[in-house]
Design a protein around this ligand. Structure first.
Ligand code: ADP
Length: 846
């Protein structure tokens, strides 16, 4: 027979089968059976056993209640789900079995403990579903109350950008490749269930006003239903719903974010975020990440941001005064997350109060007039802090303890009842403290002591030598070596008054505190706006600071051309130190759509490519850019295909990965896109590689619907001949200077093709034995002379036959007016063209 507690545990375990169940028993959370074995091993705590019935001992591992957060965080970080079972009543107040239930299931997407969160990144629970072939995405961050929704291609792009911790799917086949997050499978949610989930969270009209598609609604419903099951209390915090407008953002896939080192990543020393982040608060840091992963396409919105950054760059004194205040700013946004979930403690509210006070200070440091729009709006938002501050100040003690057991959470004067109970406990304690003197006088025992311990409460202690003097009304409680402990009726009476008053006091303080949290929770929306305003001020001040310090300038946005003069790579420049980075220009206009960049390895091709993409990204994010002058269009997407080291590690063939990525770009690019291709075709044999590289360039150049601005770095020198053939292709190369037998990389990009291959010089620089280098030079000379096709001249002589202009057949094909032909004419033309190509016209290249 199992004990009743064992049965209670088993019943809960059955309801939460796929979790590790932490079962509250007094001051501990215990785990049993296999959970205990797993937990003991994972957390390195002792595995013991506990009798839980006749002839029944079960494995047990437990942690003290106050350290549960850290332990749960560790387990969740390893991909486990942890159910927390609480005692629902005070054990001393119930006879028999204490009622218990699971109050929360902690999962990767629903953790809230600071120890398991990155303070500078959001923690998203996501759902991705399909309705009628269209994807819908919902992302929720319960630590800040943010919800983001997206539909269609934008859903997948947003998914890749936002990197959720946990993803709900209806169909496992929807799992995006390369995603490292916990995946939860859920059955499909129907229309009715969707409507009722949205209505109960956001009101009756939610469906029409909040979401943009059926798939989005279903995804949002999944998130809400899942939270309802795992952490219902957190639903209260989810109030801000944002739709990702497809036209409103510049789309950058996750690979490009990685290629460009936008976010910090393992194995890389620095990132764009590291260089740009001068936010003093976590809220500002998170907003920077948001801006950089979701740059805008909306010119007025970008200009608003640039105005604010310009103000900050030009007002160093005001900026520094504000930043001084921001330095001490607590993470109000995440504290509000706990207020929304009603899990905030006294120290949280004390920190919130400090933050709100600082918020008003911050507002006071910003001038009232001539502020740019965004800062003006933020200033207005900051002012909303004052009401909550008054509420907090009235109720909360100046320096409240972390918990309620000691009392002192609520400010004196807030509640008459609390004040009088406090007076009572003070009196009773005073009496007990005075009792020692009184009893010594009464009994004549000079060494008599009044003490207190947790088991027996207050007692009077008399040494064995004085036993004879102990009065008869003393009741013996405990015998120690050389001493006895007693109580008296009088002592018991005062003690119970003290304990009663204290219990009541703790209870009343708890209630008053809960009401305080409740009233703050009722104005959560307004408080979240305060947090947003702080984040905004913090971020733009920080961006202004970097701009001023690093000499970034305001880009001018709009128009068709790209003209960056004296551009620098923000991250490489920061790493090299002041004055060491060589600035370079980049122009795309009606004459130049594809720029082919040649030059030896390590000369700076990749750096240049990335710098152009980063400058475009920074500008659309609303930041100043590292350049002397910059004119930029509003790109719709930035694509990149750079390097393959990471993919190699993942075990895929380099060339296959390269081709898959290139294919994605060619399918998705538009004339408004920026495409950055580094060494495409490198992963295969020279001729294959060159052929592919060339046809990729031709495709990007010739297709009107694709015609993206393209930067193409290659070591295939032969590709430079395309400049003469395709009207909008231009060559550039990295200048190299020879000093004696050495090559010096100047990192300067200049127009025109590079005139020879420096591979052999680089080999010498790298220390290859002299014999190898001179043999290679000899072989190269041989190869070059054997590859000269008859009738060619100049450096075009080095091109394999494969390259040249389009054949007459191709020319004719290109000129065909297909729409104006009947099917018969079309077939006739096909026959003609085939005949022409068989007669060799097609292969006689110019
Ligand atoms: P490639 O792509 O041609 O092989 P990289 O772009 O990787 O060359 O550049 C090689 C190194 O040269 C970089 O790590 C950087 O330190 C340096 N470098 C590149 N461009 C510049 C520049 N414009 N100014 C100063 N140093 C540069």
């Amino acid at each position: 027979m199992s004990t009743p507690i064992r049965l209670q545990y088993l019943e809960l375990k059955e309801r939460y089968p796929d979790t590790i169940l932490f079962f509250r028993l007094g001051d501990f959370y215990e785990t049993f059976d296999d959970d205990a074995k797993l937990v003991a091993a994972a957390l390195q705590i002792t595995l013991t056993s506990k009798p839980m019935g006749k002839d029944l001992r079960v494995p047990l591992a437990g942690v003290p209640y106050h350290s549960i957060d850290g332990h749960v965080a560790k387990l969740v970080a390893r991909g486990h789900r942890v159910a927390i079972c609480e005692q629902l009543a005070d054990p001393s107040a119930v006879k028999g079995l204490v009622p218990r239930d699971v109050v929360r299931v902690v999962t990767a997407g629903t953790v809230t403990a600071d120890s398991s969160l990155d303070a500078t990144a959001p923690n998203y629970l996501a759902a991705l579903v399909r309705r009628k072939g269209e994807a819908g995405l919902a992302l929720a961050d319960i630590t800040t109350g943010e919800i983001r929704l997206a539909t269609g291609a934008e859903a997948e792009a947003e998914m890749a950008r936002s990197v959720p911790s946990e993803l709900i799917l209806e169909d496992p086949a929807d799992e995006p490749p390369g995603l490292s997050c916990v995946v939860v499978a859920r059955p499909q949610v129907g229309q009715l269930a969707t409507e009722s989930a949205l209505a109960s969270q956001f009101g009756e009209h939610a469906l029409a006003s909040l979401t943009g598609s059926e798939a989005e609604s279903a995804a949002l419903a999944h998130v809400l239903l899942y939270l309802g099951e795992t952490y219902a209390a957190a639903l209260g915090v989810l109030q801000r719903v944002r739709r990702v407008a497809p036209a409103g953002v510049l789309t950058i896939d996750q690979r490009t974010l990685r290629n460009l080192d936008v976010l910090p990543q393992a194995g890389r020393t620095s990132s764009l975020i590291d260089v740009l982040n001068r936010a003093k608060s976590n809220m500002g840091s998170r907003l920077l990440r948001q801006w950089l992963t979701h740059p805008l396409r909306d010119a007025p919105a970008i200009e608003d941001r640039l105005d604010a950054v310009e103000w900050s760059a030009g007002h160093p004194l005001e900026r520094e005064r504000c930043q001084l205040v921001l330095r001490g700013m607590p993470d109000i946004e995440r504290i509000l997350g706990r207020v929304g979930a009603r899990s905030a403690g006294p120290r949280d509210l004390a920190a919130l109060r400090g933050g709100l006070r600082a918020t008003l200070d911050l507002g006071a440091h910003l001038p009232r007039e001539a502020l740019p729009t965004l800062l003006g709006q933020a200033l207005h938002g900051l002012a909303a802090a004052s009401e909550a501050l008054l509420t907090l100040d009235a109720a909360l003690d100046d320096d409240p303890p972390p918990g309620f057991d000691e009392g002192g959470v609520i400010r004196p004067g807030f509640s008459g009842e609390i004040d009088s109970l406090r007076a009572m406990t003070r009196d009773a304690r005073g009496f007990l403290l005075g009792l020692e003197r009184l009893e010594r006088e009464r009994t004549g025992i000079k060494t008599l002591k009044v003490g207190h311990n947790r088991v027996f409460g207050y007692y009077i202690e008399v040494s064995g030598a004085n036993a004879a003097l102990v009065p008869t009304h003393y009741q013996r409680r405990q015998t120690l070596v050389g001493a006895e402990r007693y109580v008296t009726e009088e002592l018991k009476e005062h003690e119970s008054r003290l304990v009663g008053a204290r219990d009541r006091l703790v209870e009343l303080e708890r209630q008053a505190f809960a009401q305080l949290v409740e009233s703050l929770g009722a104005s959560l929306g307004a408080l979240q706006q305060v947090a947003e305003a702080i984040a905004m001020v913090d971020l733009v001040l920080g961006l202004g600071e970097v701009a001023a310090e690093r000499g970034y300038i305001r880009p001018s946005m709009g128009g068709d051309a790209v003209q960056v003069l004296g551009g620098r790579h923000p991250v490489v420049e920061a790493a090299l130190g002041p004055g060491r980075f060589v600035p370079n220009d980049c122009t795309f206009d009606s004459d130049c759509q594809v720029l082919i960049l040649t030059g030896p390895n390590m000369s700076g091709k990749s750096t240049f490519l990335r710098q152009v993409a980063l400058i475009a990204l920074m500008a659309q994010a609303g930041s100043f850019v590292p350049a002397r002058e910059a004119r930029l269009p509003l790109f719709d997407r930035i694509f990149s295909r750079i390097g393959a080291q990471d993919d190699l590690a993942a075990g895929q063939s380099t060339f296959m990965v390269e081709m898959v990525e290139t294919a994605q770009i060619l399918h998705q690019a538009t004339p408004d896109s920026l495409v950055v291709l580094d060494e495409v075709g490198r992963g295969t044999s020279t001729f294959d590689g060159m052929a592919i590289a060339r046809s990729v360039v031709e495709f990007l150049h010739n297709r009107r619907e694709i015609a993206a601005r393209t930067l193409f770095a290659t070591h295939y020198h032969e590709l430079t001949s395309l400049e003469g053939v395709l009207p909008r292709v231009r060559n550039a190369h990295v200048a190299v200077r020879e000093e004696g037998a050495e090559v010096v990389f100047e990192h300067r990009i200049v127009p025109g093709p590079s005139d020879r291959s420096y591979g052999i010089h680089v080999a010498r620089l790298a220390g290859l034995p002299a014999a190898v280098v001179s043999r290679a030079a000899h072989l190269l000379a041989e190869l070059e002379s054997s590859r000269v096709p008859a009738g060619s001249n100049g450096h075009a002589a080095l091109q394999p036959v494969l390259f040249g202009g389009p054949s007459p057949v191709e020319d004719e094909l290109a000129r065909l007016d297909i729409d104006g032909m009947t099917p018969i004419e079309a077939i006739q033309k096909l026959y003609e063209l085939r005949a022409a190509s068989r007669h060799g016209t097609g292969s006689s290249r110019t």
